[in-house]
Design a protein around this ligand. Structure first.
Ligand code: NAP
Length: 283
């Protein structure tokens, strides 16, 4: 039976490390502050926002919400981003995506001050992740995967890592973070010729396809550590990951559950990026 690598203890440990750092900033008169920019009221954005608000409160991070209606114009959006950029009391910003169709998301992402980009959406942050310079913040979900491996004491050096998915939000950045820890990397996608054979060779398998069952029993092998990033709704209306969980439980060494795995760590990583940004800005 596989070990269940839950996210809650990882998030709790991270939070405990962040509380004294937030307090140290406050003692110096700096209130670490996150701006949340939301356009419209998509249920998944509202749910993540509730989690982020709770986590920030626990850590001691102030949150300012910038809310636009779903029919907001590009001009409204760009002016809001400019306001956030200009405001020196704001250290980081989380903008929910995808934006409504009438908005140019690329232009919006590019407009953010890289120093406040705590979720890896600007080209500058992504360049830092790819160069390994450490100057920018990776997308929070990508870093959450590494936090889980670290918390459970998994040494990546020399291990074979296979990532299923190549998006800029998860697949590519998590791949670079794994490579940065000296894993030997394979990235799979919809044109991969034999997904099962590639996955079976993995010591660490990261599933970020966004498709229930994309990582089937045939992809799994004994001894593997499986991080399931996918969030999908099955036919019965349940939240499930990308991995055949029953097969994984019976086969692999450890797996993160969905819900309660990678997703549970993301807001703590966000909080950690805000604290880092506030520390940098107030040096
Ligand atoms: P995305 O932009 O749709 O990218 C999915 C990637 O997976 C693509 O590269 C695609 O390949 C690949 N893929 C899809 N089906 C596949 C299959 N059957 N076999 C092999 N590769 C396949 O999605 P995303 O934004 O990266 O998100 C991925 C998942 O993570 C989603 O379920 C999302 O909800 C979830 N997510 C979780 C969190 C969290 O906190 N846990 C945060 C954000 C997102 P191609 O490039 O060839 O199309």
């Amino acid at each position: 039976m596989a070990q269940l690598w839950k996210g809650a203890p990882v998030a709790a440990a991270l939070t405990q490390q962040l509380i004294p750092r937030a307090q140290a900033l406050r003692d110096r008169g700096v209130i670490p502050t996150l701006a949340i920019l939301r356009v419209g009221e998509r249920p998944e954005d509202l749910s993540y926002e509730r989690g982020a608000l709770k986590r920030c409160e626990k850590v001691g991070i102030a949150v300012r919400q910038f809310l636009l209606t779903a029919d907001a114009s590009q001009r409204d959006l760009m002016e809001t981003i400019e306001e956030i950029n200009r405001d020196e009391s704001i250290h980081g910003c989380l903008m929910f995506r995808p934006l409504p169709k009438q908005l140019d998301e690329q232009a919006a992402c590019a407009a953010f001050s890289p120093a406040k980009d705590v979720d890896g959406i600007t080209a500058g942050s992504l360049a830092a992740v790819f160069s390994g310079s450490g100057a920018g913040y990776p997308p929070c979900t990508a870093r959450a995967c590494l936090e889980i491996l670290d918390y459970y004491g998994y040494e990546l050096k020399g291990k074979r890592a296979v990532v299923v998915g190549r998006s800029l939000v998860i697949g590519k950045p998590v791949s670079m973070l794994l490579l940065g820890r000296h894993a030997t990397l394979t990235i799979c996608h919809t044109r991969t010729a034999d997904l099962a054979a590639e996955c079976r060779r993995a010591d660490v398998l990261v599933a970020a396809a966004g498709k229930a069952g994309a990582v089937s029993a045939a992809c799994l092998a004994p001894g593997q550590v499986v991080l399931d990033v996918g969030i999908n709704v099955d036919e019965a209306g349940n939240l499930v990951g990308d991995v055949d969980f029953a097969a994984a439980e019976a086969t692999v060494e450890a797996i993160t559950p969905v819900p309660g795995g990678v997703g549970a760590v993301t807001t703590s990583v966000l909080a950690s990026h805000v604290i880092q940004a506030a520390e940098k800005a107030s040096r």
